[in-house]
Ligand binder design. Structure first.
Ligand code: RB5
Length: 151
């Protein structure tokens, strides 16, 4: 599995923490930045980089972190095939995988602490999509995406 990760300045500390957590599990990681703590950056720039990697198939899944997680969620869900889920606790993370096949996990660096974030990410990484009745619902989302991109 290849994971792409990115943040803005408000998510940079948590990104560093979670990048270590992901690498420690032997998972390949593409870190799109920002590097270090050089100052404010715009979340759409880094949200776009991760979303393109997942949407284009160069990464299997992505992790995005901004202050609240809301800006990154809005950006990521603009991209075809992206199902980004903002999660602050493990149950949402698990169900976002089982029911929604979420392919980008979004976290709020100013909302969630590092211990809970690791727990949420661990559950999200380890949970499979259930398919079945949920697959038909995802197909409906794909149909909406196709319809709205033509309009
Ligand atoms: C940056 O100050 C903040 O607006 C951003 O991290 C994010 O929370 C936006 O949704």
């Amino acid at each position: 599995m290849i994971i792409a990760i990115g943040s803005d300045h408000a998510g940079a500390d948590l990104k560093k923490e979670l990048a270590g957590f992901i690498r420690d599990q032997g998972i390949s990681l593409i870190d799109v930045g920002p590097e270090g703590s050089a100052g404010p950056v715009d979340y759409p720039d880094f949200g776009e980089k991760v979303s393109l990697l997942v949407s284009g198939g160069q990464a299997d899944r992505g992790v995005l972190i901004c202050g609240t997680g809301i800006g990154m969620s809005i950006v990521a869900n603009k991209f075809p095939g992206i199902r980004a889920a903002l999660c602050s606790e493990p149950l949402s993370a698990r169900l976002s995988r089982q029911h929604n096949d979420s392919n980008i996990l979004v976290l709020g660096g100013r909302i969630i602490g590092p211990v809970m974030a690791r727990e949420v990410l661990g559950v999200w990484l380890d949970t499979a999509f259930e398919g079945g009745r949920h697959a038909g619902r995802l197909m409906k989302i794909t149909n909406i995406e196709e319809k709205t991109s033509k309009e």
